[in-house]
Design a protein around this ligand. Structure first.
Ligand code: NAD
Length: 359
């Protein structure tokens, strides 16, 4: 009963024409930011997250603390739990699902392949089944990834490009997700929007990502490992600041339409859409390190090695004209500015002052 009340309160809409959104992976990096932004403008938000230990669960708990302060309730549970999902849809008539729960990261798959199958394939299908049976059926916006472009060498990457050469199991499961969601759109009329995020960074970020672990090592005086590609070429990423990604997520939710059908019955054609959400200005990893050194006021110890074949791609670069056209997506934060904000958050969260730990 207490649980139900918390869910209902959290889902409460505080603006006219607002939506009620179930955010999966709400205690994750992107999930936290999207949930806070939706709540701030008066939408109803309920989160679900299994708080797994892929990276420091205390960071996820701290994010949940931030969400709680703003009145967002995060249910602790797995998206593979069909009964829990059915119960949630029973308590709240969600208009939208923002699906961000996933096993992220490309290298972890070498040791933990089944974790990708569990969350990114089985979990996705369980969630889609719940959405299919919900009345009304929610519109679904979910996180695919720039990694689906794999070994594609045509830049910038456009949504119509081939995505048949994934370079990691992570990429393969995201690509599979695009195909699985398509079938649910086709057969059951679910409204589906897939967002291909390009290397998202910012405050409350993910400790397994390079900009974050480089920051940690630089501050601790430990060496950082920088990969180099074929012919000693630097790796480059289309780093995209979290606030820009949040705007893209909300823009796509706003244009995803409301519920499309009822009780699993198809009612008119529902959209199936895929968009790149990137920054359109790739930066090399050595440049990333130089910016971090400047912001941290500490020199990095570099260890430059040839890229081992463990799933990384040499570069990413988004063409974002489709998202701009459809919902006015326009990233505004460059890497310098965004990393400054990240570093400021990092130093305060982990207790540093001018590159030295605060005693
Ligand atoms: P994250 O790991 O911080 O967030 C994912 C959250 O989902 C975590 O809190 C995790 O505990 C939760 N989760 C995982 N499996 C679950 C399950 N089976 N049931 C319930 N909860 C589960 O990652 P993020 O960076 O916030 O990424 C969000 C989404 O965006 C993911 O789908 C990711 O694949 C995708 N993406 C992220 C990036 C990026 O650069 N951050 C780039 C491309 C795509």
């Amino acid at each position: 009963i207490q649980w139900e009340r918390q869910v209902r309160n959290s889902a409460q809409i505080h603006r006219s024409d607002g939506m009620s959104v179930l955010v999966t992976g709400a205690a994750g990096f992107v999930g936290t930011h999207v949930s806070l932004a939706l709540k701030k403008r008066g939408d109803g938000v309920v989160g679900i997250d299994n708080f797994n230990n892929y990276y420091d669960p205390s960071l996820k708990k701290a994010r949940r603390g931030e969400l709680q302060k703003q009145g967002v309730f995060v249910v602790e549970g797995d998206i593979n739990d069909a009964r829990l999902l059915a119960k949630l849809f029973d308590v709240v008539a969600f208009t939208h699902v923002m699906h961000l729960a996933a096993q992220a990261g490309v290298r972890y798959a070498m040791e933990n392949p089944n974790s990708y199958v569990h969350s990114n394939i089985a979990g996705l299908v369980t969630l889609l089944e719940a959405c299919k049976s919900a009345d009304p059926q929610p519109a679904i916006v979910w996180a695919s990834s720039s990694s689906v472009y794999g070994l594609n060498e045509k830049v910038p990457f456009s949504e119509m490009d081939q995505t048949d050469q994934p370079a990691s199991l992570y990429a393969a499961t995201k690509k599979a997700g695009e195909e699985i969601t398509h079938t649910y759109n086709h057969i059951y009329g679910l409204s589906i929007t897939g967002l291909r995020f390009f290397t998202v960074y910012g405050p409350w970020g993910r400790p397994d990502m390079a900009y974050f672990s480089f920051t940690r090592n630089i501050l601790q005086g430990k060496p950082i490992t920088i990969y180099r590609g074929k012919n000693r070429a630097d790796l480059a990423r289309d780093f995209t600041y979290i606030d820009d990604i949040v705007k893209g997520c909300i823009g796509s939710l706003d244009t995803a339409g409301k519920s499309t059908g009822s009780g699993g019955k198809k009612r008119g054609p529902a959209p199936y859409r895929i968009f790149n959400l990137g920054n359109t200005s790739p930066v090399t990893v050595p440049t990333l390190v130089r910016i971090l050194e400047r912001h941290l006021e500490v020199k990095a110890k570099r260890n430059i090695v040839e890229m081992p074949g463990n799933g990384d791609v040499p570069f990413t670069h988004a063409n974002i004209s489709l998202a701009r056209q459809e919902f006015g997506y326009k990233p505004t934060t460059d890497l310098q500015t965004g990393l400054k904000k990240f570093v400021k958050w990092y130093l305060s969260y982990y207790g540093y002052n001018h590159g030295k730990p605060v005693k």
